[in-house]
Write a protein that binds this ligand. Structure first.
Ligand code: PLP
Length: 359
């Protein structure tokens, strides 16, 4: 028997969440963001489940090729473009769309031998200050791409730094409008948070990522309130039960100390499965878990293959009782908040050793 841990991926939840994105941005086409192996959910299955998207956006050239070879004829956007000149041969062969964010990439494009013109998304750096051209360099890059003759359509793109936070999008929107005024081409600006909070950002294409997977991009608004359904449920079972006396400690470092007699369960899930090691499990600060349908919390440190949970209020729990670490009934956002991280990181960190089942 394999360990009882597994991740269930709900194809209907993925489809439902795409519908939510569409309802918020009804006039826009959708680049489904499927980078990082579709945020840990598996690229091939997610691409199939999201066949109603208008295109797929990802980073890795090999993932793009896999998607094409699996039969997808939709546009595929490489969000960081190419990394070396040889990549452009593959872009050409597989009909991929590339982001251009740096002068080096324009030079590569100018020197490339292509069978046809390539669709380009020109990335404008409006304030994130990671990738893209800012100020007058944006127009200069556009003109140079146009003059080079290798770019077919040129679309305009930016990415928001704080669409989920208090800064919002106004300053970046203003720069985008100013720096692209008069330039022809479709535009794409909005990630999940902007799709949900700022209709004025929707433009020709939106780029939802985290919301497709059923998590909230906005810290103080739950996925449930947003009408999103969790696409991934990480589930396992209790593999051992311990009775503690007052003063007994649990796990490495003995960080949890029992204040009274209590039952704890040992769950087959640890940080080598992708569960966040920093999820707290002390008396005043712990992390939610569902055991046998009842909500409880972690006790002690998360170890490589196991973590412990309080069973004091769940007398029916025993070896074999089902455990939900996140997903159905317990949002990954809530677990992430306890662990001082974001659901993005947890979903992407799901370990290869965890078997995946589609539901
Ligand atoms: C360029 C770009 N667009 C869109 C997204 C999707 O963002 P989110 O998952 O917050 O919707 C990402 C993800 O980080 C991104 O890098």
């Amino acid at each position: 028997m394999p360990r009882p841990i597994r991740a269930s991926i709900s194809l209907s939840a993925l489809k439902h969440n795409l519908g939510v994105a569409r309802r918020h941005a009804p006039k826009s086409r959708v680049w489904a963001v499927v980078k990082a192996d579709a945020y840990g959910h598996g690229l091939a299955r997610v691409a199939q489940a999201l066949a109603a998207a208008d295109g797929y956006a990802l980073l890795d050239l090999n993932e793009a090729v896999r998607l094409r070879e699996a039969g997808s004829a939709k546009p595929i956007l490489l969000l960081e473009g190419v990394f070396q000149p040889a990549d452009l041969e593959i872009v050409d062969r597989y009909g991929l769309t590339v982001v251009v964010h740096d002068l080096e990439q324009i030079l590569m494009l100018e020197r490339a031998r292509l069978s046809t013109q390539i669709s380009v998304y020109l990335k404008i750096n409006t304030g994130m200050n990671r990738l893209g051209f800012a100020g007058p360099r944006a127009r200069a890059a556009y003109d140079r791409l146009q003059a080079g003759g290798k770019a077919g359509t040129i679309a305009l793109m930016t990415h928001f730094a704080d669409a989920d936070g208090s800064a919002g999008v106004a300053a970046q929107m203003a720069r985008f409008s100013e720096w692209t005024a008069g330039l022809q081409g479709e535009a794409t600006l909005a990630n999940s948070a902007a799709i949900l909070r700022y209709p004025e950002t929707h433009a020709d294409w939106v780029r939802p990522g985290i919301m497709l997977y059923g998590c909230s991009p906005i810290a103080d608004v739950s996925a449930e309130i947003l009408g999103l359904q969790p696409a991934m449920t990480l589930a396992s079972e209790i593999i051992s039960v311990q009775e503690l006396k007052p003063g007994d400690r649990v796990g490495y470092g003995g960080t949890f100390v029992a204040r009274h007699s209590m039952r704890i369960g040992v769950v087959a899930c640890g940080y080598a499965d992708g569960y966040p090691r920093h999820a707290p499990g002390v008396n005043d600060s712990n992390t939610p878990v569902i055991v046998a349908g009842a909500r409880t919390h972690t006790v002690g440190r998360v170890s490589m293959d196991m973590l412990c949970v309080d069973l004091s209020a769940i007398p029916q729990a025993r070896v074999g009782s089902p455990v939900i670490l996140w997903g159905e009934g317990l949002s990954a956002d809530e677990v992430a908040a306890s662990a001082g991280t974001v659901s993005y990181e947890m979903l992407c960190a799901l370990a290869a050793r965890v078997p995946i089942v589609e539901v």
